[in-house]
Design a protein around this ligand. Structure first.
Ligand code: PLP
Length: 393
């Protein structure tokens, strides 16, 4: 395996498009190219395809189709939920004009953290709840942060850097006691682990197609029936007046198909991926001294291995792996290019130097045992080489 036969271990950044998803999308890029708002047959075919996709996405997350709104991706879904949700929750419970308070965690994706900063600039009080050394939010810490002014609580279902799963159902039950709405960024979770909006008890849930074998640039926000969440994007009344703009019909069809496949194959994929993750972790621990797997003691996504080799910079490892044709990440892909140690690891109590050792390998169901074995070899050699270079002559 070399650069002509590369190994892709960056599925948390994005997943390859499933060929069956592409096949489902193709007619809507070519013959059935109508605008779903048009009254002629081209338009009606597009409209029907969107309706089917809405049912497919709803079925994956245990929602009703009318609770699913298509948007341009996870980032927009998070922005919408937070920007509009914080005031809409106040309005719905009749406290408009009163101070507003939002509770979130220190390990959220930038799509949430940056939006929260914007809201803070507009006068919304914000409490960031920390995590333990394994990257877990403690529901008791959320309970302690809640006040009668809390209108929105936003805690992610699965972390993108370390893969830790968060106790969202317990958090939602607590938030409900003060009448707050609950949003969860489930972008990394949907299609990889069981996600049921009723079991979670959430009001708003963000998901993104390109994390589950679908195309980039399309996602959805689940909005629980009865919530009066105003639109974020104004336009021509699409998505029942809740999200303006001509629908990305092919993308939405792709998301629907990816959701249907995840529903049918999700547990088998998770089983396969978990076995590969175990093989990778055990192999690396056996080969590399002073290796830590961040968050190993917590429940994690089956896809994610975040490791640190003492004294070895994660970026150096990433570059070595890339030379050998293996694609990895040092942290959140959305912020890579900007090399700052992961805020998630910092929140887990790692100092800046230790956080800079992080390397994230994220798996998918199409990876093979041979690829995992090759990765163990390459990584062990790279660590040995980099440690030897670092030795004083
Ligand atoms: C947890 C999480 N939330 C949100 C996003 C943003 O989703 P999108 O790329 O669809 O905008 C990502 C993407 O990396 C993510 O991992």
């Amino acid at each position: 395996m070399n650069e002509f036969n590369p190994i892709y271990l960056d599925h948390n950044a994005t997943t390859p498009l499933d060929p069956r998803v592409l096949q489902a999308m193709m007619p809507y890029l070519l013959a059935d190219h109508g605008n779903a708002s048009s009254l002629h047959r081209f338009g009606q075919r597009a409209r029907q395809a969107i309706d089917t996709a809405r049912q497919q996405v709803a079925a994956l997350i245990g929602a009703q189709p009318d609770e699913v709104f298509f948007v341009s991706g996870g980032t927009e879904a998070d922005n919408w939920a937070l920007r509009e949700g914080v005031a809409a929750a106040a309005a719905q419970r009749g406290t408009t004009g009163a101070p507003m308070h939002l509770v979130t965690s220190a390990i959220e994706h930038a799509a949430v953290l940056q939006t929260v900063e914007r809201l803070r600039g507009r006068g919304v009080a914000v409490t960031f709840v920390g995590v333990d050394g394994a990257g877990r939010v403690d529901p008791e810490a959320v309970a302690a942060a809640l006040t009668p002014e809390t209108t929105l609580v936003s805690v992610m279902l699965a972390n993108n850097d370390v893969g830790t799963l968060q106790p969202v159902a317990a958090i939602a039950a607590l938030a409900r006691q003060v009448g707050a709405w609950v949003h969860t960024d489930a972008v990394q979770a949907v299609g990889k682990i069981e996600c049921d909006v009723r079991a979670l008890g959430v009001d708003l849930l963000a998901l993104s197609a390109h994390k589950l074998g679908g195309p980039k640039g399309v996602g959805a926000l689940f909005v629980r029936r009865g919530l009066r969440l105003p639109s974020l994007v104004e336009g021509g009344g699409q998505e029942r007046g809740r999200r303006g703009g001509t629908e990305n019909v092919a993308g939405i069809v792709g998301l629907g198909q990816a959701a249907e496949l995840a529903r049918a194959e999700g547990s088998e994929r998770a089983r396969r991926t978990l076995a590969l993750r175990e093989r990778l972790e055990l192999g690396l621990l056996a080969r590399i001294p002073r290796l830590t797997i961040n968050g190993r003691e917590a429940a994690r996504l089956p896809t994610t291995v975040n490791l640190a080799c003492a004294g070895v910079d994660g970026l150096d490892l990433l570059l070595n792996l890339d030379l050998a044709g293996i694609a990895a990440s040092t942290g959140a892909a959305c912020s890579s290019g900007r090399v700052a140690p992961s805020h998630v690891l910092r929140a887990m109590g790692r100092d800046a130097a230790t956080a800079a050792e992080a390397l994230r390998l994220s798996l998918g169901a199409t990876n093979t045992e041979a690829e995992i074995d090759r990765t163990i070899e390459v990584l062990a050699e790279a660590v040995e080489g980099l440690r030897a270079q670092a030795q004083p002559a």
